[in-house]
Design a protein around this ligand. Sequence first.
Ligand SMILES: Cc1cc2nc3c(=O)[nH]c(=O)nc-3n(C[C@H](O)[C@H](O)[C@H](O)COP(=O)(O)OP(=O)(O)OC[C@H]3O[C@@H](n4cnc5c(N)ncnc54)[C@H](O)[C@@H]3O)c2cc1C
Length: 469
Amino acid sequence: MQNAQQKPKPFQRAVVIGASIAGIMGARVLSDYFQQVILLDRDEHGQRPQPRKGTPQSHHIHVLLRAGQDIIEEFFPGCLQEIEASGGARIDAHHDFVWHHFGVWKTRFESEAVMYLFTRPLLEYTLFERLRQISNIEIRERTSVAGFLSSDGGRHITGVRLSDGESLQADLVLDASGRGSRTVAWLEELGYDRPPLEETGVDLAYVSRLYRRPATDAVPRDWRFLLHYPHSPHTWKSGFVMDVEEDRWIVSLNGYFKDHPPLDHNGFVDFARDLTRPDLHSMITAAEPLTDAIKFTIPRNSWRHFEKMGRFPSGLILIGDAVCALNPIFGQGMSVAAKEALVLHRLLLQCARRNSLAGLEHRARKQMARVIGLPWFLTICLDLHYPQTSGKKPLGHGFLMWYISRLMELSSSSPYVYGEFFKVLMLKNGLWTILKPTVSLRVLAYGVMSFLVPLARRANTDTLPAPAR
Ligand SMILES: Cc1cc2nc3c(=O)[nH]c(=O)nc-3n(C[C@H](O)[C@H](O)[C@H](O)COP(=O)(O)OP(=O)(O)OC[C@H]3O[C@@H](n4cnc5c(N)ncnc54)[C@H](O)[C@@H]3O)c2cc1C
């Protein structure tokens, strides 16, 4: 990355719509290849980390998976240390992070797997401040994009039209404007078809609030981050609590199928009582809330398959939630955006060698779809375990869910199997990691046992585990 930054920049101007995680990552990549990058956002980024109107999800817990963490660190070296210095926590992901899912606690042990805990506004603020220091990036806040400029009967996107009427010409437009992206409508105005849309309906909602972390815990704890996931298909409520900066906890509760956490204090606490384990409920009963509860509704997973469009204009690339907005309970969105930014970097490196952007948008659509494939597959497989979820099940879904259920249960006692599975969940490794013989033979043997031995006798269903050494 450093080398590319120092070389002369072969292309002239890129415009990025949206300065959230995908837009920030995209602008950082483009700044290595374009003489000028203009980053536009209709919002204003504050002078300190705080949620903003354009990213209402900032009120909710955000987990950065290992894949995203590594890429962010590659493009913004030292930023995770900076986040730690601002009060974020650096933890051992197998020791300080505890979770109960599919009815069992995952095993705990000391490891080299690092995870960072912080509020989403702290991450965005830290990255955005870094962008401000890059001389060829011009940031324009309170600037809304209202459409594309095009030439040759819409065949080439040549820039954007702002809502105040100004036109900005560009060699490349990167749409990182999130779930509400208007690209599909703007392309339709230019005569393009809509991209095929894939959806699975979950009717999920998050409700979150910040708490003061008590000086002495009501419930003794030796961990920093706790997840109570449901036991699908029987239950569908989750609760998460994470240590974040300024000695606070962020607590997020969520429920599928319109069974949503209430916003009032008593209702919020009562909802936590219904989680599969009592730990989170005990913690918040005694703790002091610092903010009101705030809701975000996620009706569905949706993937706009731009890569399947027969006709697509040159000069336009989409990234982040503008392409695929996932049910966030597996914490993938920011890491997917980071992986897409890495794809863009690799493609631009090739373009720079050829001194031409020709074909870039075509390759980007195809390669970014490959990045989305795994997180999409994992999320919809787990969501479709519920008969209430609408959408098409992938082939072999029944067996796959049997396999994943056993994998989850075996992760309660086998550090090896859990460690391998974790690499897939962190989007570092592909599915082969959990299908290879060293894992699958263990899972299949465990599966045979599962027919004979009840869950409570073959996995830790109840007691929050002490770390193995
Ligand atoms: C409740 C919830 C919890 C989540 N938890 C996690 C998690 O744990 N881990 C994780 O990795 N991800 C999580 N996500 C997903 C994550 O927030 C997104 O995937 C991530 O922010 C990338 O989104 P984005 O940058 O593509 O779009 P967004 O974050 O939605 O940002 C879009 C930006 O575009 C701007 N914009 C929009 N339209 C225009 C326009 N016309 N002109 C100018 N600017 C415009 C907006 O102001 C905004 O800044 C969660 C999401 C939700 C809803």
